[in-house]
Design a protein around this ligand. Structure first.
Ligand SMILES: C[S@@+](CC[C@H](N)C(=O)[O-])C[C@H]1O[C@@H](n2cnc3c(N)ncnc32)[C@H](O)[C@@H]1O
Length: 312
């Protein structure tokens, strides 16, 4: 169980404590709502060409504001049916419901709280400990490290001292040492000095709501790696929930291996914990040309998830 952290972004909707089971349910619900939001954004831009969600939310219509205020999410999570038949007004109302539930559940702050509980219960501690042990075994060090999706600067990485200068970013910073920034909007490096020799990306890609968004995020990471290292190639420490590669209808470890090869990554080490999968990749600077098969069912069955990374 985790006590509510006192942070600069402390949120009065956050529960005081969260049990692992509650944390897992919350994480799942946040992922569903994020996905709903992305589908709504897509449909809204089809129904109303030029629609941009960020701009819209700066001065939304009264219908959105009214629904946002009045909607109370139910105990049994509402299933939002989002399809092309919906009219603009219905899409806006559904968007307001999704946003209202996200807000009432405490937003990113509570999602991060739930993720911290997950760190403890599902990984037996900080996932970076695995990396620290591995780096020590391989005799590696890094000089400049970028952590995408950082919950706390007081983890194994800070105490190990082998990752050099660490830049931490997150969509919602919970600490002054974490820069509040969307990695997808982080300005591209202008030169060597703004690149990194290690990127840490733990349980972030599964937060991205669309398969193509995940592909874009992986591709973008290569822009931040410095390919010309004398002694050691730049690396990526990467973590996904295990079911993304073991229980997806459309995805598995071998498809993931192809995605990474196509981007120029070589797998150095792989490890499975109770519920998460860890990888260390080195980056060779250039990928292999791979013809991606179109998305198809690789694991039929009812109890599967739909995780996929689209590189097309
Ligand atoms: C499940 S938490 C994982 C945190 C931590 N890395 C771990 O392994 O426990 C995912 C974090 O990624 C952050 N995140 C998601 N997308 C992001 C993006 N595009 N840029 C920066 N941070 C992002 C979220 O705000 C959240 O704090």
């Amino acid at each position: 169980m985790l006590r509510k952290p006192k942070t600069i972004t402390s949120n009065n909707r956050a529960p005081k404590t969260l049990k692992p089971q509650q944390a897992r349910q919350l994480i799942r619900r946040f992922h569903v709502l994020q996905k709903n939001r992305k589908s709504l954004e897509q449909l809204l831009s089809e129904v109303k060409p030029g629609f941009d969600l960020e701009t819209y939310l700066q001065s939304p219509e009264p219908a959105y504001t009214k629904q946002l205020k009045e909607y109370k999410y139910a105990k049994t999570p509402e299933i939002h049916h989002i399809d092309r038949k919906l009219l603009y007004a219905e899409l806006i109302r559904t968007l307001a419901k999704v946003d209202a539930e996200l807000q009432q559940r405490g937003g990113l702050h509570v999602y991060q709280m739930a993720s911290t509980v997950g760190q403890k219960s599902e990984r037996g501690g900080d996932s970076l400990k695995w990396l620290v042990t591995l780096y020590k075994r391989l005799g590696r060090t890094a000089t400049r490290t970028l952590e995408i999706g950082s919950l706390s600067p007081t983890n194994a990485i800070l105490t190990s001292g082998i990752f050099g200068e660490v830049t931490r970013i997150d969509l919602n910073s919970q600490h002054p040492q974490i820069l509040q920034q969307d990695f997808m909007k982080r300005p591209l490096p202008l030169g060597k000095d703004e690149k990194f020799d290690l990127i840490l990306c733990s349980l972030v890609l599964n937060f991205v709501p669309t398969p193509s968004g995940r592909g874009n995020m992986l591709r973008r990471m290569t822009e931040f790696l410095e390919p010309f290292q004398k002694e050691q190639k730049p690396s990526l420490f990467f973590v996904l929930p295990l079911p993304c590669v073991t229980n997806s209808r459309y995805f598995n470890k071998s498809l993931f291996a192809n995605v990474m090869k196509s981007l120029g990554f070589e797998e150095i080490e792989y490890h499975e914990a109770k519920k998460v999968a860890y990888w260390l990749f080195d980056w060779h600077g250039r990928g292999k040309k791979i013809q991606y098969p179109s998305k198809s069912e690789v694991n039929p069955g009812k109890q599967r998830n739909n995780f996929y990374i689209d590189m097309n």
